[in-house]
Design a binder for this molecule. Structure first.
Ligand code: CTP
Length: 411
């Protein structure tokens, strides 16, 4: 997928800059050409010599360098590439991109390019969470800028934990690959896929909601893996911190009912993978105004019972798709979150929900599945139960996508 592609890599300031050396190595192994622009900030973390040695090309640093301008010029530099990758993308460069500033070679090239741009943000979690950065990123994504990461983890510089680490080189390379049409000639080309992911939020009142601990990692990974095999993939996701996977049509929803509507709107599809942790119940009537505690000193002396929450059942999206007579996806795959008797419950659940396969995982506290990176699953099919080894969620996703590709009947 990357063979013969030309990547303009913009390296901005951040400790994660060292990881871009590995990105260069990996994409070159796949046959891509890399040219680098190194910003002043980036040069504090990685040298032009290292970038030049790995890319086997000149490294561009100075907007007003006459030789560079004479030989190539910033417009050509940005347009000769098939994609511009900003890795690491600092909060500063995202802000400049959002504002359309062009005060150095990197930002000038980014403003001048007519090619897709992908950013791999890397910064302190507080900077990533700041409303200014959120707004800048939203502007950029609204303009079609692709994003990979950031991920959650320990920050190199402060030992803090949080969302802000640059995506790993593997994930960046995978995102670039799916940008280039996933796989125009992949096993799932001409196929349509639907994936659900994340939790749903069910309003109690305008400020409170019922939710669960799903991170969306597994569902997003499945959507990424299907798209990488060439499927036209719609991902319907509840609220998560996961970045939008490249090359996937993302529909953001909040509630189970919105998720069902978005899924029905995405039909027809060849395969549906329901990985969302949909809330089984919602409050019967979400209060229009914030529920208040009774005033102190009232009849009960302020000690009234808390309001009773009356719950009603949400629609079951998996069972709805699995039970369709007309327009049922050829393959309907559910996930089962179980805390005990995992396989037994999952076997019964596969039948009850009318799905073809069920991927069962243990979400007991001991298994640390929710929010964790690894997953140990059982694949339940009509033919029996397969135990898969404990592997990363993206490896589970890739293995599942591969199985789907092998199983779908020829189009
Ligand atoms: N699911 C769904 N709609 C719901 C509830 C669940 O589509 N309203 C899907 C999930 O996406 C998953 C599968 O059903 O693919 C199983 O979800 P799980 O939470 O394990 O099962 P439940 O049906 O909620 O059963 P229980 O909680 O009683 O085990």
């Amino acid at each position: 997928m990357l063979d013969g592609k030309s990547i303009l890599l913009v390296v901005t300031g951040g400790i994660a800059a060292y990881k871009c050396l590995e990105v260069i190595r990996r994409v070159r192994e796949k046959g891509a050409r890399v040219r680098c622009i190194l910003t002043r900030g980036g040069a504090n973390f990685v040298t032009p010599l290292a970038l030049g040695a790995l890319s086997e090309d000149r490294v561009f640093q100075d907007l007003f360098s006459l030789t560079d301008e004479h030989e190539i010029g910033h417009i050509r530099l940005s347009r000769e590439a098939d994609v511009v990758l900003v890795a690491p993308a600092s909060a500063n460069v995202l802000a400049k991109m959002a504002a359309g500033q062009a005060d150095d070679l990197a930002t000038t090239a980014l403003l001048a390019t007519d090619k897709p741009i992908m950013v791999a943000p890397a910064m302190n979690p507080a900077m990533w969470a700041h409303p200014a950065t959120r707004a800048n990123m939203a502007i950029l994504e609204g303009r079609g800028v692709h994003r990979v990461g950031p991920t959650e983890g320990a920050m190199a510089e402060s030992g803090e934990w949080g969302l802000g680490r640059m995506a790993e080189p593997d994930a960046i390379v995978a995102a670039l690959e799916s940008l280039f049409g996933g796989a125009a000639d992949g096993l799932l080309k001409d196929r349509r896929a639907l994936v659900t992911s994340g939790p749903t939020h069910e309003a109690i009142d305008p400020v409170r909601y019922l939710a669960n601990r799903s991170s969306g990692k597994q569902g997003h990974a499945v959507a990424t893996a299907l798209a990488r095999l060439g499927a036209a993939t719609t991902l319907v996701s509840g609220p998560t911190h996961q970045p939008a996977p490249a090359g996937v049509h993302l529909v953001r929803v909040e509630t189970a009912r919105e998720m069902l509507d978005a899924c029905l709107a995405a039909l027809p599809v060849d395969v549906a993978v329901m990985a969302a942790a949909v809330a089984d119940w919602r409050p019967a009537d979400a209060a229009r105004n914030k529920l208040k505690k009774p005033a102190k000193g009232g009849k009960s002396g302020g000690k009234s019972a808390p309001p009773a929450l009356k719950l009603v059942e949400n629609p079951d999206i998996l069972a709805t798709l699995g039970g369709r007579n007309e327009g049922r996806p050829q393959l309907v795959v559910g996930f089962a979150a179980e805390t005990d008797a995992v396989v037994e419950n999952a076997v019964a659940k596969r039948r009850a929900k009318g799905c073809d396969w069920l991927v069962a995982n243990d979400v007991s506290a001991a298994a640390a599945t929710f929010g964790g990176d690894d997953n140990q699953v059982h694949l339940i099919t009509a033919d029996g139960v397969e135990e898969w080894p404990k592997i990363s969620k993206s490896a589970v996703a890739e293995r599942l996508a591969q199985r789907i590709a092998e199983t779908l009947e020829p189009a």
